[in-house]
Write a protein that binds this ligand. Sequence first.
Ligand code: NAP
Length: 274
Amino acid sequence: MKTWLITGCSSGFGQRLALAAAQRGDQVVATARHVKTIAEMAEPFGGRMITLPLDVTDAAAAKAAVAKAVETFGGFDVLVNNAGYGLFGAIEEGTPEEYRPMFEVNVFGLIETTRAALPVLRRSGGTIVNMSSGAGIAGGAGGGYYNAAKFAVEGMSEALAGELKPFGIRVLIVEPGPFRTDFLGRSITMAANEMPEYAASSRKHYRDTSNGNQAGDPVKAIAVILRAVDADDAPLHLPLGPIAHSIAERKLASFRRDIDAWRDITIATDFDQL
Ligand SMILES: NC(=O)c1ccc[n+]([C@@H]2O[C@H](COP(=O)([O-])OP(=O)(O)OC[C@H]3O[C@@H](n4cnc5c(N)ncnc54)[C@H](OP(=O)(O)O)[C@@H]3O)[C@@H](O)[C@H]2O)c1
């Protein structure tokens, strides 16, 4: 039996993961920014699930949630940093009032929750699941701020994986393509300062993406995440769904082309080279 601490459980992946883990008999600390939104979630599971308030931008709340998890279950061995939202629009369109709060949630919130959890996880070992995105694999016009935030999650997670290996803690970086959660509904914001200059290059894709028609089934996504958390041989990177896979394939191919194209020129930069 595993014990989970999950952020952002009011909807989408977080909600489904919390329910699926509890339904299979695990213990779950389900958290949400507004705990009222998950108040009834724990009822069917007796004492095996508790619900707590956790706005991930509040580092003290993260510490309090970790302390409550220890008090209730003696600790936890899976942390899922799931809370997040999207900000789209061209880089020139975005403003600090829009992009800084998004980084507070998607990057600094994830870091603070992780830092709060590490003293517990270092004792028990376990798994940290960080929700990145296909947008964390490759950047695309109109997604730059979200790309930057999820790239930060990727880099931090890769470093963390190395740091935590000696403690028996694994990191899984989950990189979903579009899945039918509330993400493209209430969890997406567009830069308010829409500039006609970027209509074709940066806005088109996101205008064409309609909420409710995403191909990805979040129930199937959750089944893959559960399987990866249980597996001894799960990879560090977990692109989820065919779109995320094709993003990863294209990124690998274009990266390969780039490093090969100027190889002789770019490697000739050491002091002892002519
Ligand atoms: N669905 C996709 O297509 C997709 C693709 C790639 C990556 N992702 C990632 O998957 C994760 C979950 O998203 P989702 O698809 O499940 O969308 P969702 O259904 O909209 O869920 C987003 C969750 O994040 C929570 N959240 C936002 N700000 C928060 C904060 N400050 N503190 C705590 N919780 C906060 C929301 O809580 P409130 O109810 O309080 O707003 C909500 O529970 C996100 O990190 C997202 O970037 C999703």
